[in-house]
Design a protein around this ligand. Structure first.
Ligand SMILES: [Zn+2]
Length: 116
């Protein structure tokens, strides 16, 4: 649902992966099974991740995305899940895994983010 642009717009793969990692929620958890409390926790993490990314100038992987001064963002250095397949989870050390669904891929920690 985080990636469904008809529900909430502007959260891409990177920030969805990061917010779910922070909220310790498995990426394939159906949204309609979540309690109001959990939904609020996820939304708070989305907000926190986006704010942190803004402060760090966004997430740049190449020279295509730079600011007016030609500088790349630094958020790529702060990623905990996205693009970190096989690297240890910053919280528990378990290797991050990547799964594909809905024509996208999702990165998560199989230990911290267990299916409900
Ligand atoms: Zn973990």
């Amino acid at each position: 649902m985080l990636l469904d642009q008809t529900v909430v717009s502007g959260i891409g793969n990177i920030y969805a992966d990061e917010a779910l990692w922070a909220a310790r929620l498995h990426p394939e958890t159906p949204a309609d099974t979540l309690s109001t409390r959990t939904v609020n926790r996820v939304l708070a993490e989305v907000r926190a991740v986006l704010e942190k990314a803004l402060v760090e100038g966004g997430t740049s992987f190449d020279e295509q995305y730079v600011n007016v001064n030609g500088e790349a963002g630094y958020f790529a250095h702060s990623l905990n899940a996205y693009g970190r397949t096989g690297q240890p989870c910053a919280r528990c050390g378990t290797p991050i895994v990547r799964v594909s669904f809905m024509n996208r891929s999702s990165h998560f920690c199989p230990r911290c983010q267990r299916p409900l």
